[in-house]
Ligand binder design. Structure first.
Ligand SMILES: [Zn+2]
Length: 157
């Protein structure tokens, strides 16, 4: 993915200057990343300070977003951290290549979250059980369930 200039225009309170290698994952996760950035933009705009994106990449089959909120009270991180937990959890259920529903797979060398078609292309086999991620609901950590997440509802199986 490489749409940094476009993202910087859309999210003026976020700083993308540290993403030296651009966004290091497939286009299938573009909506997940956009949803996270939109939340981060709103929180940062309201809280003041500046959110610096340090790295956005795939690691061990999941989305990782590293960021730093400068010049802002610690409590303002909470909304951004919540959005990040959700983004990471979603990434384990969405094909990194195409954005359809996916599962965590392993091909003997690499982990990747892929739909059945892309898993077959890469000779990668689903791992059971898949990744079990927690998200923040209210003030509690609860296991993420893609079947109750409206974000997932419209995605092809
Ligand atoms: Zn796919």
């Amino acid at each position: 993915m490489d749409r940094i200039a476009e993202l910087a225009d859309r999210y003026p309170h976020l700083a993308f200057g540290n993403l030296r290698f651009g966004i290091e994952c497939g286009y299938g996760w573009a909506d997940i990343i956009d949803t996270f950035l939109a939340t981060a933009e709103v929180v940062t705009a309201a809280a003041g300070g500046a959110l610096q994106l340090l790295q956005i990449k795939e690691k061990m089959g999941g989305l990782r977003i590293y960021y730093r909120l400068a010049d802002s009270p610690q409590r303002n991180w909470i909304g951004i951290d919540k959005a990040y937990y959700l983004a990471e959890a979603r990434s384990f259920h969405i094909c990194e290549r195409c954005g359809s529903r996916g599962l965590l797979t392993y091909n003997g060398m690499l982990y990747a979250t892929l739909c059945a078609e892309h898993a077959a292309e890469l000779e990668s086999k689903p791992i059971f059980p898949g990744a079990s991620m927690n998200i923040v609901v209210g003030s509690a950590l609860v296991p993420y369930d893609p079947y109750v997440d409206p974000f997932m509802a419209t995605r092809l199986e």
